[in-house]
Write a protein that binds this ligand. Structure first.
Ligand SMILES: [Zn+2]
Length: 226
């Protein structure tokens, strides 16, 4: 009764289309849920995403759940996830994506998930790290643990959106460090982040990880513009 009243005054709406949600719907209406702009890149050996890291760093698999375009529903989702405190939608979508990934042979050997850390200042301001919530969802969907204490961020980088690839790389190359080589040695690690654009941030993290003996690295993000 209380929930019904609450919903009457503050209706829950779909993050993508703004329609009022039915009681059994969460974050998205059924229509949007079945019409996500999925990339399905994880189903192919070769994709624009694997090309992105070619000749830069060695990665086993690269996947991104959704296509990101200006004005599309993925942009709205990312906006809610990053700037409106709707962190749980990262977990929700990570979970869906995780159940897809774990069905593919090449993704089954992954043993742990590491979210790309935010700088502490930024995390404090936002109250959470959105990549950590995606990792949480992937972890549930794949039934693989995630760790937030193995890969850490060290220094603050200024906002990177207006810089070219070279400058971005210069900015991010020293921002990550690993806390425990032994925990990572001989492991197949899945790095996760919210968006994959130039791959510069992920590349810096991968580079760090590849210094660990016999480590393998895969990448999964919620969205990509590629
Ligand atoms: Zn909808």
């Amino acid at each position: 009764m209380f929930n019904a009243l609450l919903n009457f005054f503050y209706p829950r709406i779909c993050i993508s289309c703004g329609n009022v949600l039915l009681p059994q719907e969460q974050f998205f209406c059924l229509h949007c849920l079945y019409n996500f702009p999925e990339t399905r890149y994880h189903e192919f050996d070769d994709s624009p995403l694997s090309q992105l890291f070619l000749g830069r760093v060695k990665v086993e698999n690269v996947g991104a759940f959704l296509f990101y375009k200006k004005g599309n529903q993925t942009q709205k989702i990312l906006h809610q996830l990053k700037y409106h405190g709707v962190k749980e939608v990262g977990e929700f979508l990570g979970n869906i994506y995780g159940t897809q990934l774990i069905n593919r042979e090449k993704w089954k050997t992954i043993e742990m998930i590491l979210p790309i850390p935010l700088h502490k200042k930024k995390e404090k301001k936002r109250g959470y790290n959105q990549s950590e919530w995606i990792a949480k969802g992937l972890s549930a969907g794949m039934q693989i643990p995630y760790h937030t204490n193995l890969l850490l961020r060290t220094e603050f980088t200024e906002t990177q959106t207006k810089k070219n690839r070279f400058h971005r790389w210069e900015n991010v190359k020293e921002v990550f460090h690993l806390t425990d080589f032994n925990a990572l040695a001989n492991k197949h690690v899945l790095l996760c982040d919210d968006v994959l654009t130039t791959g510069a941030t992920l590349e810096a993290a991968i580079q760090k990880l590849l210094a660990v003996p016999s480590v393998k690295v895969s990448v999964a993000t919620l969205a990509t513009a590629q």
